[in-house]
Design a protein around this ligand. Structure first.
Ligand SMILES: [Zn+2]
Length: 329
C-alpha cells in the first residue's frame, strides 16, 4: 500500500517532468531553425489540422485562435519576437532540456515550488497561471495522471520477479515509460517522434533485453528481441518504402526498433500491431461519426503503438497464453 502511494506520487512528479521535457524539446527544435518560418507554420498547421475543420487556411487569425494553451502561445510569442525588428539572440541556455527553472511561457514569470505540484496546483489555480491568469491547458494534469496510471499499473501487474534484477528492470521500464509519454504527447501535437527521445528509448529497450537474459539465465530474450525488431521494424520499413512515407513516417520505423525489442517476440509483435489497430479504430470511429475527424485527417500512429506496447509488455504473456488455451489447443 505504502509502495503504491509512493509510486503514484513519483508518477505524478515525473508526469510533470514529461510536460516540461516536451515543451523544452519543442522550443529547442524551433530555435534550431529560428529564421525559417516554414518550421513554425508546419508545426502550427499540423496542430490545427487536429481540431480545425480542414480547408481552413491557417491564417494568423486561426493560428492565434487555436493558441489556447500555454505551449502554443509560448511558441508563437517566441517566434513572433524573432521575426520582428528586434531579432533576439536565441538564449539556448534558458531552454536546455533539463536545467533551468520552469516558467510560465506566457508572462515568463518564474514558477514557485507551489505552482509546480502536479495536478493539485492546476486544480488550486483553476487551470490558470497565478501571475498572468491566462489559462493553462488541461493536458498538463492529464499527462501527469496518465503517467501515474502507467506506473501503478506496471507495479500491480509486474510480470517479472521482485528480485534485485527484477527491481532494476522495473526502474528501467519506468524510465522507458517517461519517454513513452513524452513521445505520445509530441506525436499528438506535432506529428513528430523526435530522435532525441526515440534513440535513448532504443538504448533502454536493449538494456531491458540484457536484463531479461540475466533474469532468465538463457538467451531466449535476445532471440525474442531480435525477432521482434525484424517483425515490427521490418514491416514498418517495408510499408514506409512502399507508400513513400505516406502510410507510415520515418519516425515510426525508428520507434518500431525499440518497440520490437520491448515486445520481445514474433507473436508479441503481431499482438502489438493488432492492439494498436484496435485502439486506433475504437478511438477514431466515434470521432469520425461525430464529424470531429475528417476521413483524410492524419492520425498519429505513435501513441497507438506506445499504448499497445505498454499492454503487451505488462499483459502480453497472459494474453498469449489465454489465446493459446482457447484458440490453438
Ligand atoms: Zn503567466
Amino acid at each position: 500500500m505504502i509502495n503504491g502511494i509512493i509510486i503514484v506520487f513519483v508518477g505524478l512528479v515525473l508526469g510533470s517532468f514529461v510536460n516540461a521535457l516536451v515543451w523544452r524539446l519543442h522550443l529547442l527544435a524551433l530555435r534550431k531553425a529560428p529564421s525559417s518560418p516554414d518550421r513554425l507554420t508546419s508545426a502550427t498547421n499540423s496542430f490545427s489540422s487536429l481540431d480545425v475543420p480542414s480547408g481552413t487556411s491557417p491564417s494568423d487569425k486561426t493560428v492565434f485562435a487555436r493558441a489556447d494553451s500555454l505551449w502554443e502561445r509560448g511558441i508563437l510569442r517566441k517566434s513572433s519576437l524573432q521575426s520582428t525588428k528586434h531579432p533576439k539572440k536565441p538564449d539556448n541556455k534558458k531552454y536546455s532540456i533539463v536545467s533551468g527553472r520552469s516558467m510560465c511561457p506566457d508572462c515568463r514569470h518564474q514558477l514557485a515550488w507551489y505552482d509546480l505540484i502536479p495536478v493539485i496546483s492546476w486544480l488550486g489555480l483553476r487551470g490558470r497561471c497565478r501571475y498572468c491568469h491566462r489559462p493553462i491547458s488541461w493536458q498538463y494534469p492529464l499527462v501527469e495522471i496518465l503517467t501515474a496510471v502507467t506506473f501503478i499499473t506496471s507495479y500491480v501487474y509486474w510480470p517479472y520477479s521482485w528480485s534485485a534484477i527484477g527491481i532494476t528492470l522495473f526502474i528501467v521500464w519506468i524510465v522507458s515509460l517517461i519517454s513513452f509519454m513524452a513521445l505520445a504527447v509530441y506525436d499528438l501535437r506535432w506529428f513528430i517522434l523526435p530522435d532525441k527521445i526515440v534513440f535513448p528509448l532504443v538504448g533502454l529497450a536493449a538494456i531491458q533485453i540484457i536484463m531479461r537474459t540475466v533474469l532468465y539465465g538463457e538467451i531466449s530474450p535476445i532471440l525474442g528481441g531480435l525477432i521482434g525488431v525484424v517483425t515490427l521494424a521490418g514491416l514498418f520499413y517495408a510499408l514506409f518504402q512502399f507508400s513513400k512515407g505516406q502510410w507510415i513516417g520515418g519516425g515510426d520505423v525508428k520507434l518500431a526498433v525499440a518497440l520490437g525489442m520491448l515486445a520481445g517476440g514474433a507473436a508479441e509483435s503481431v499482438l502489438l500491431l493488432f492492439l494498436a489497430s484496435l485502439i486506433g479504430t475504437l478511438v477514431s470511429l466515434p470521432l469520425l461519426l461525430s464529424k470531429k475527424l475528417k476521413k483524410n485527417s492524419r492520425i498519429p500512429f505513435g501513441p497507438l503503438l506506445l499504448m499497445a506496447t505498454f499492454i503487451v509488455y505488462i499483459f502480453g504473456s497472459d494474453i498469449i497464453n489465454w489465446l493459446k488455451l482457447y484458440y490453438f489447443y
